[in-house]
Ligand binder design. Structure first.
Ligand code: F6R
Length: 245
């Protein structure tokens, strides 16, 4: 595992975007796994800047998003589909047919999820997977549990997650209670994984993850410690409770 501690959110975002850009330049048809939420916004802004000012080319890049709220249509401004277009896809030269996102309207969920995993596999698998982390240690919407699901699936969101995500909605009761998410296996199959964490609110979970040297499905992100190629990029606030640095 590689650990980078950057001064602040802006430095973390620049570091992450630089790694993305280097990978895309090395392999123009890179397959990216992407995340939403507050954390990657700065990384996406920096990637857009690199596209505009440094000719970073997304024309062959393929993307798969981690998750989507169940029941939200792509034109709903709270959906992750909408978020991706607003925060990245509308501003770079990605081919829209190469940008894959779980469909919150899918009806035959089991078949749909299988198809999503097959699409990832057919594309050659994810080269670089971007992740944020929930305050409860979730990655994607793989919430703390006795058992974790391997492939893409529908899941109930925990109260912790609903509370944390209510900041993007008018009130907590508007946050969908279910989501479609890549499973822990879909994430772990990525060739490289980059986890970002920023701010004091993530200090506790990052300390739990990195101080204890333990793996448990009750902190789904801890399973990343078993992956061969993980980078964690965090800012000083998120790193403020780490020991033995
Ligand atoms: C989003 C996702 C979630 C978030 C996590 C952190 O696609 O999969 O796991 O990465 O909830 O969210 P923020 O960045 O808003 O703190």
């Amino acid at each position: 595992m590689q650990l980078f501690i950057e001064k602040d959110y802006s430095a973390m975002s620049k570091k992450a975007a630089q790694i993305f850009a280097d990978e895309i330049r090395q392999k123009p048809n890179l397959v990216l796994g992407l995340a939403t939420g507050g954390t990657p916004v700065g990384t996406y802004q920096e990637l857009i800047r690199k596209h505009n000012e440094e000719s970073l080319d997304f024309s062959k890049v393929v993307t798969f998003n981690l998750d989507e709220y169940y029941g939200l249509t792509p034109d709903n401004s709270q959906s992750y589909n909408y978020y991706m277009f607003e925060n990245l896809f509308n501003h770079v030269n990605i081919q829209k047919e190469n940008a894959h996102m779980p469909d919150g309207r899918a009806s035959d969920i089991k078949t749909y999820c299988k198809k999503y995993d097959n699409q990832i596999e057919k594309s050659g698998g994810i080269d670089l997977q971007l992740l944020g982390i929930g305050v409860n240690g979730h990655i994607g919407f793989n919430e703390p549990a006795e058992e974790l699901v391997v492939g893409t699936h529908i899941t109930d969101l925990t109260q912790d997650t609903i509370k944390a995500n209510s900041r993007f909605f008018d009130s907590a009761d508007q946050v969908p209670t279910k989501a479609i998410t890549m499973g822990i296996g879909s994430i772990m199959k990525a060739k490289k994984i980059m986890l970002l964490a920023s701010g004091k609110g993530k200090a506790e979970i990052m300390a739990k993850l990195l101080n204890n040297n333990l793996v448990t499905t009750k902190t789904p992100a801890s399973l990343l410690m078993l992956h061969q190629n993980v980078m964690i990029i965090m800012d000083e606030e998120a790193a403020s409770k780490l020991k033995n640095l």
